[in-house]
Every structure is written in C-alpha cells, then in structure tokens.
Design a protein. Structure first.
Length: 165
C-alpha cells in the first residue's frame, strides 16, 4: 500500500474489488478524506449503488489504523447485513452483528466489546428491529472500548428520490 491516505484508500478499494484499476467514484475520496483526515461529522445521501459501503469501510480501516474505536452501522435489512459482513472482511475488518435473529449472541458481542477483545477493526452491524435499549448498551460499550478518544459521527443513507439528489 502507498504512503498517503489516498494511496492507502485506493489500495484498499482495489483489493476489496479485486480490480487493480478500480477508482473512486465522484465524491467518495473526498468523504473519506474528511472523515479520516479532518475528523468531520457528515451526513451523506447518495443513490443506491453509489458505493457508500466502500466509503465507510475504507474510512473505518484507516481510522482503526490510527487507533480510533469501532464503527457502528445500523442497517434495516438482514440480507444486506450479511453482505456487509462479507464486504468488511474483504477490507480486513472484523464485523460482528447484533440483529433480531441472533439474540443468543448479543451478550457475547457486548462482552467482547466491553473487554476490547475485538481488536482488528471491528464493525458492528445492528438492524433496526433490535430493542433500542440494547443498541444504546452496545453503543456505550463501543465508546468505552474506544478509550478516551473522540467519536466521529457520519451518517450515510440512500434514496431513490431525484428530489433529494
């Protein structure tokens, strides 16, 4: 991988896509740069298929490499969550999930976060059907596992509405 954040980001993208010629789409690198280099708080709305996953996985990997804490993703679809876990692995990230179909794993994931056992780039996926009390409990554990460092919020969502875009 290259030395600059952009070179590292591009190398991660190309590796995950298994395409040595892949390039960022318009706006993707700029968002990653703001998250990683400027620690910006962002709300990004883009159409489905634009590549929001690449943005948050590249940013997560770079931020974790800087010593920042885990990333929380909230996804409304279990099928999408399974795809996200596979995608996270292609970026060299560990993804755990708390969702409405794996109640038996919640305590283990929470405990692992509390004890900072998930060290190499955790991404936690939570579906919107999970009891909100658990979501806040997990979020609190994540913040504790991140240490005393700051939190960098970023929301990425999609839309099909041309009025929004």
């Amino acid at each position: 991988m290259g030395d600059t954040p952009k070179e590292k980001s591009l190398a991660l993208l190309r590796s995950a896509l298994e395409n040595p010629k892949a390039e960022f789409r318009k706006g993707q690198w700029e968002i990653i740069e703001q998250l990683v280099n400027e620690k910006a708080h962002l709300l990004v709305v883009q159409r489905t298929g634009w590549g929001k996953s690449f943005v948050y996985f590249v940013a997560t990997k770079l931020l974790r490499d800087q010593g920042c804490g885990p990333t929380l993703l909230i996804s409304p679809l279990l099928a999408l969550m399974r795809n996200q876990i596979a995608a996270a692995e292609r970026f060299g990230l560990v993804a755990r999930t708390i969702n409405s179909s794996n109640h038996e794993e919640w305590v283990e994931v929470y405990s692992d976060l509390e004890q900072n056992k998930i060290m190499d780039g955790p991404v936690l996926l939570v579906d919107d059907m999970v009891d909100s009390r658990w979501t806040f409990t997990i979020l609190a554990a994540m913040l504790r596992s991140a240490g005393t460092g700051p939190v960098y919020p970023c929301a990425l969502t999609d839309t099909q509405s041309k009025d929004v875009l």
